[in-house]
Design a protein around this ligand. Structure first.
Ligand code: BTN
Length: 287
């Protein structure tokens, strides 16, 4: 593997991102699977960057982190506020021989394995909002953005971006348009270091990329269900042009959200779909 260069302001963050520390904390298998590790002081978006790199031939296993993002991206075209040193901004490129359409289920896989990492470091009461929002106490702790490119019949390049609020001062969170929380509040001080967290997340993603390639979504569904925040809840699905009300029945074997509606069971795939609890209407709620 090759190691990208980095530069940083040592006073701006208690623990600057450090490639040596991240690599040292990885399992040997994961370390061997990383083709290149890049840490940027500032970038537009780690996801956007890796999608550009993927288009020009970057290797499977390219991992990119940044201290801040100037154009961080969330799901559904929303911005992801990315102040310096406050959060984990991590993206990883993985290549599959399968077509892009076969990779939709990884949306849930990423949510399940990152939630599991957070539980292992002591986060209690963490919930997943389909497909992969990390929710704690009805506030958003983090989220994932999957982007894919490729040929209709394969191969494809998948970029998984993970954002986790680590220690974000209230003024840094101005502009976030929903209730949010960080690991510092959830775990108490001092919180987990971002290098250790980056290694745990990368380790879990690499293991999941490999297993998903062999076995698909099925082996991850039980883990996802352990964090399911919405099963049995009355919800609204917000589509670009309409809303659909119903009760969440669970997750289908392909990762679709199953909803019991007035017109019978309907299924929705992650994409241009936003999910809200019915109880949130008329009040402020997470998205
Ligand atoms: C969401 O919940 O809306 C998804 C948020 C994903 C944010 C991460 S931060 C690292 C990567 N780069 C981006 O621009 N977005 C993802």
């Amino acid at each position: 593997m090759t190691l990208g260069s980095r530069s940083h302001d040592p006073d701006a963050s208690p623990e600057p991102l450090d490639p040596e520390r991240i690599l040292a904390a990885l399992s040997p298998g994961a370390r061997g699977a990383i083709a290149r590790l890049e840490i940027h002081t500032e970038i537009d978006s780690t996801n956007r960057y890796l999608m550009r790199e993927a288009a020009t031939g970057a290797s499977c296993g390219t991992l990119c982190l940044a201290e801040c993002q100037t154009a961080g991206r969330g799901r559904l075209g929303r911005p992801w506020i990315s102040p310096f040193g406050a959060s984990l901004y991590l993206s990883m490129l993985w290549r599959y021989s399968a077509p892009p359409a076969a990779l939709g289920g990884f949306s849930l896989v990423a949510g399940a394995v990152v939630a599991d990492v957070l539980r292992r470091i002591g986060v209690e009461g963490l919930a997943l909002k389909w497909p992969n929002d990390l929710i704690w106490g009805r506030r958003k702790l983090g989220g994932m953005l999957l982007e894919v490119a490729g040929e209709a019949r394969g191969p494809s390049a998948l970029v998984v971006g993970v954002g986790i609020n680590v220690r974000m001062a209230p003024d840094q969170g101005i502009g976030i348009d929903q209730p949010w929380v960080d690991l510092a509040e959830v775990l108490g001080h001092p919180t987990v270091g971002r290098n250790a967290l980056a290694a745990l997340v990368a380790d879990a993603l690499i293991d999941a990329f490999q297993r998903f390639g062999r076995e698909g979504l099925t082996p991850f569904l039980a883990l996802w269900a352990e964090f399911d925040a919405f099963r049995g809840e009355s919800v609204r699905i917000l589509l670009p042009d309409r809303e659909i009300r119903g009760r969440v029945l669970g997750i289908a074997s392909d990762g679709a959200l199953r909803l019991d509606t007035a017109d019978g069971e309907m299924q929705f795939h992650a994409g241009e779909v936003s999910l809200r609890r019915e109880a949130e209407f008329g009040g402020e709620g997470e998205r």
